[in-house]
Write a protein that binds this ligand. Structure first.
Ligand SMILES: Cc1ncc(C[n+]2csc(CCOP(=O)(O)OP(=O)(O)O)c2C)c(N)n1
Ligand SMILES: [Mg+2]
Length: 403
């Protein structure tokens, strides 16, 4: 492998003269504790390396948190009403969601997972286009190129490799693009995670890997996932810097992720950021979390809520007023109402499209299946077309109103 890709970097693994780990290597290790700039009581806590974003910026981004929470609540309600098949909620993780989107510039790319709907919407994608996918009436809801947001990945960690590929291509073209790739704690056990980080480090590409450690991979707790001191510690094994941050502290996330993005854009290469947060709800509506964790475990995280913390901070500084709160909740409600209206509208679905748009030319099996479906639908619409009309039970179809 060419060493040219590593140009400008120090020699890794060379011990200091006294035989201890060199300062350059130690610099790759994350902070002893997750970086925090505002504590759960809403008070500013100082950090030498990461500046607190100014009040106006925090107020602006807080509005996105309020909207993010409302979207999570609305989507959960639509699942219960049968309007969406499934929704992996990011309730409690909204600070991570919002920060991941707003630290990027327009020319950057975001690579989200199934849980990162709020990040996708915060980046500018139409909420209805995002959620349509989970209704199951169209193949995918949005155009990835419009806002430079890749499709939400369900296979764990695959998006990390795609993200590295896009970043590598941007670097070869001399474009200033940074790629932010999201994954969960469970995804760090995948081979793809290793391959993505190794490739990114060796080729020194502008990627920020962002792990939302919400303590669970469905029912598997973090303690069964890894015995590493932290997920951020994994970075040094690839020769890139790792950092850990309080994932419920919007200010700290903006500062830590923002500096990783700046670093990548300035040619500093990839980095790995781990946000410590918590999955407040079940994995999805198809999961019963009470079977593997207690209500007490969840309760402990309630006072650490990311919205509560930022609200207290902004209210104490009089940056957020009653009027301001009303404006933010009205805006969130307007978006929720548009989602409700859109997902409650029946759509005219053409089942034949099931076979379109994957291959330029359909395979013989797909042609056969498409024909089978066409015949079945024709029989449903017109019982006279049913060539098995004499078969027992055929009379049941006489009304012709089968779905
Ligand atoms: C390659 C692969 N293996 C298994 C699964 C099944 N699966 C879906 S979500 C999930 C848990 C992932 O946990 P984590 O990465 O922590 O993300 P979270 O759901 O907590 O956001 C698993 C195992 C999958 N989608 N892809
Ligand atoms: Mg997880």
């Amino acid at each position: 492998m060419s060493t040219a890709t590593n140009e400008g970097r120090g020699m890794m693994g060379v011990p200091a003269e006294d035989g201890t780990t060199s300062a350059a290597d130690r610099a790759l290790l994350p902070s002893a504790r997750p970086v925090q700039l505002i504590d759960p009581a809403g008070r500013h806590t100082h950090d030498d390396r990461y500046p607190l974003p100014d009040g106006e910026r925090l107020l602006g981004v807080y509005g996105r948190l309020v909207t993010g929470r409302r979207i999570n609540d609305q989507a959960n309600a639509l699942v219960r009403q049968g309007r969406m098949a499934v929704y992996p909620s990011s309730h409690g993780q909204e600070a991570c969601q919002v920060a991941a989107a707003v630290v990027l510039d327009e020319e950057d790319w975001l690579f989200p997972t199934y849980r990162d709907t709020v990040a996708v919407i915060t980046r500018g994608v139409d909420p209805l286009e995002v959620l349509t996918l989970l209704r199951g009436d169209w193949h995918g809801g949005y155009d990835p190129y419009e806002h430079r947001v890749a499709t939400q990945a369900t296979p764990l960690a695959t998006q990390l490799l795609h993200a590295v590929g896009v970043a590598h291509a941007a670097k070869l073209r001399g474009e200033p693009t940074v790629v932010l790739a999201m994954c969960g704690d469970g995804a760090t056990s995948e081979g793809d995670f290793h391959e993505a980080l190794n490739f990114a480090a060796v080729f020194h590409v502008p990627v920020v890997f962002f792990i939302q450690n919400n303590e669970f991979a469905i029912s598997v707790p973090l303690s069964s996932q890894t015995v590493a001191p932290s997920l951020a510690h994994k970075a040094i094994g690839y020769g890139m810097p790792g950092e850990r941050v309080d994932g419920n502290d919007l200010a700290a996330l903006l500062s830590v992720l923002g500096s990783a993005v700046d670093r990548a854009r300035d040619g500093g290469g990839p980095s790995l950021i781990e946000a410590h947060t918590y999955r407040m709800q079940a994995h999805t509506n198809a999961d019963d979390a009470t079977r593997y964790r207690s209500a007490d475990d969840v309760e402990q995280w309630v006072p650490r809520d990311p919205l509560l913390r930022m609200r207290t901070y902004l209210r104490d500084l009089n940056l957020l007023t009653d009027d301001g709160e009303r404006t933010l909740s009205d805006e969130a409600e307007r978006i929720a109402a548009a989602i409700r209206q859109g997902l409650n509208t029946e759509v005219d679905v053409n089942p034949a499209e099931l076979f379109e748009y994957v291959y330029t030319e359909k395979t013989s099996q797909l042609r056969e299946q498409a024909e089978q479906l066409r015949e079945e639908l024709a029989r449903g619409a017109d019982p006279a077309a049913d060539d098995a009309g004499d078969a027992p039970g055929a009379g049941d179809q006489a009304t012709g109103d089968r779905p």
